[in-house]
Write a protein that binds this ligand. Structure first.
Ligand code: FES
Length: 239
């Protein structure tokens, strides 16, 4: 059966898109770039970060394009002054509660938040206020979790549950206190984490990373003759 299509206009271009698809998908199919942070196709489509907002003619507020279904006759602007201002403010707010150690971060120059700040021309952060304080969890033999770098996009949550079926990380607490962690903010070492690393793969920033000593762990596991003792449970650091 032929797929039902709808026609919409994005940035002046007439575009045909399958009914049920999103404005983000329609824009991408036409080569129009809309930035995203929390979105991971088919895995994390929750409209959390609001970086992908667009103007919809006739709507009273900006809409998140990653969760906005296309409809016949829709008129969208992806790069208007209001859209650019909103995206910039969103990223400035994320940066206002983000650990700023980019130069020494493992994701330096390969960080989606850093790249977005650059693209949006952010040169200072106007919102100084309370900062989240969370200890680094480096008890796991392979994964280090630094919640002070987390932007709460929940990509790791979805990868852990939907891709891997493990589901050991989830949002804890509420509002400003929210932290993405195992239940009751336990260490990854104290839950059924399989150390698959998918959470690291999908993290847009440096909130999850491979432990630097990971090579030694794999060497030890691969060579039983070596009897290398894997160092576990170093003290939690609070920075
Ligand atoms: Fe659309 Fe985050 S990418 S809300």
């Amino acid at each position: 059966m032929a797929m039902e299509m709808v026609e919409l206009t994005i940035d002046g271009q007439k575009i045909k898109a399958p009914k049920g698809s999103t404005v983000l998908e329609a824009a991408r199919s036409a080569g129009i770039k809309i930035p995203t942070l929390c979105h991971l196709k088919d895995i994390n489509e929750i409209g959390a970060c609001r970086v992908c907002v667009v103007e919809v003619q006739g709507a009273r507020s900006l809409q998140a394009s990653c969760v906005l279904p296309v409809s016949e006759g829709m008129v969208i602007r992806t790069n208007s002054p209001a859209v650019r201002e909103s995206r910039k403010t969103t990223v400035e707010l994320l940066l206002s509660d983000h650990k700023r150690e980019c130069l020494t971060c493992v994701r330096n120059t390969n960080c989606e938040l850093q790249n977005l700040a650059e693209e949006l021309g952010i040169r200072d952060i106007p919102y100084e206020g309370e900062k989240s304080k969370h200890p680094i969890d480096d008890f796991s033999p392979s994964i280090v979790r630094d919640a002070e770098k987390c932007i709460l996009c929940r990509r790791c949550v979805s990868a852990c549950s939907k891709l891997q079926g493990v589901a050991v990380i989830s949002p804890n607490e509420r509002g400003f206190e929210t932290v993405i962690a195992p239940a009751f903010n336990q260490s990854l070492n104290d839950v059924a984490c399989t150390m698959c690393g998918q959470c690291i793969n999908v993290c847009p920033v440096g909130a999850l990373k491979e432990k630097e000593e990971i090579d030694k762990v794999w060497e030890a596991l691969a060579d039983p003759e070596k009897h290398v003792v894997v160092q576990t449970a170093p003290a939690i650091r609070v920075s």
